[in-house]
Design a protein around this ligand. Structure first.
Ligand SMILES: [Mn+2]
Length: 312
């Protein structure tokens, strides 16, 4: 972050993500960060509508270049500056209480930025909004690969609540609408208790590759994990992070915390796998931070640390 940008933040009182240039009109750039301030699809513990503000506040004054993982190598790999060419596009103007409207607005806004060739990083907001981004990006790129970090499979059929769309159904919708290529969908971190086995059976039948934290830690499965992660990137791909993929000791302020989650290092390793893809992902998101809940500040800090590794 330059001194100019820091000063701009102090003068205006605005805290663009990592001090990135603020620009709300779509224009060509490496990528754009878009807040998605709606949580109308949350079932039990709302608050994610305020996630974008909490993440921007947590990134205030932070540098946007991650520290290399190892400095003791002969020559540490100091790659190109992260966040180069990224913009903060402000918040997508979703109504916080209408999921249908929010999905359309997310689709239109992400679509307008993507049309300029810009990659999009959405800060949620509840996870149902990912469906809007996938609709926009699949229209432009065709069916997408998907790396999905989450405690929950998010492929419920909606019968329990009488609606096809809430934060636990978006992946089923995306598969049924052909927005993602099931042979290039990998889920990691799954561990939430099930009401029944229908959801897992549906995903298995579709060909989705599912990884629990136990699977991820099994050294014998490492080659298969590498192969699955590489497959996601064999074409345009999307990276979706539900913050509840991480252990609730680290990230308690999410709608549906589930014990036994990923460590920060494990999550970063999965994110870094996307850097091996032939092309960078076309869209990503970081969803479900609910700063109204206990542990908000620590949770937001982890969220922006993950985001830092996405701004490449
Ligand atoms: Mn989710």
């Amino acid at each position: 972050m330059s001194a100019d940008l820091l000063l701009q933040g102090l003068r205006t009182g605005l805290t663009p993500f990592f001090g990135l240039p603020l620009c709300i009109d779509p224009r060509p750039a490496t990528g754009v960060v878009l807040g998605a301030p709606c949580d109308a699809g949350v079932i039990n513990r709302p608050g994610a509508r305020l996630g974008p503000w909490a993440m921007r506040a947590a990134a205030m004054g932070m540098g946007s270049h991650p520290m290399p993982g190892r400095l003791r190598e002969a020559r540490p790999a100091l790659g190109p500056a992260a966040a180069q060419g990224w913009l903060d596009g402000g918040n997508i103007p979703t109504l916080p209480f209408s999921l249908a409207e929010a999905l359309e607005t997310v689709q239109a806004t992400v679509g307008a930025w993507a049309m300029t060739g810009c990659r999009t990083l959405m800060l949620g907001g509840d996870h149902a909004l990912t469906l809007g981004a996938l609709r926009a990006l699949a229209r432009q790129h065709g069916p997408l690969g998907l790396l999905h970090l989450d405690a929950h499979p998010d492929a419920a059929d909606g019968a329990a609540w009488g609606t096809d769309i809430h934060h636990g159904t978006w992946l089923r919708q995306a598969l049924e609408e052909g927005l993602v290529d099931p042979t290039r969908v990998v889920q990691a971190g799954l561990r939430a208790p099930r009401f029944d086995d229908d959801e897992l059976a549906f995903l298995q039948a579709a060909g989705v590759r599912m990884w629990t934290p136990g699977d991820l830690r099994d050294p014998q499965l490492a080659p298969r994990l590498e192969e699955d992660l590489a497959a996601v990137g064999r074409g345009p791909a999307y990276l979706s992070l539900d913050l509840d993929a991480l252990d609730p000791v680290l990230v308690p302020a999410v709608a549906e915390p589930v014990p036994g989650g990923l460590s920060l290092e494990e999550a970063l390793r999965l994110i870094h796998a996307a850097r091996q893809w032939p092309e960078p992902w076309v869209g990503a998101d970081l969803m479900e931070l609910a700063p109204t809940l206990e542990g908000a500040e620590a949770s937001a800090r982890i969220a922006v640390h993950l985001a830092l590794h996405l701004l490449v």
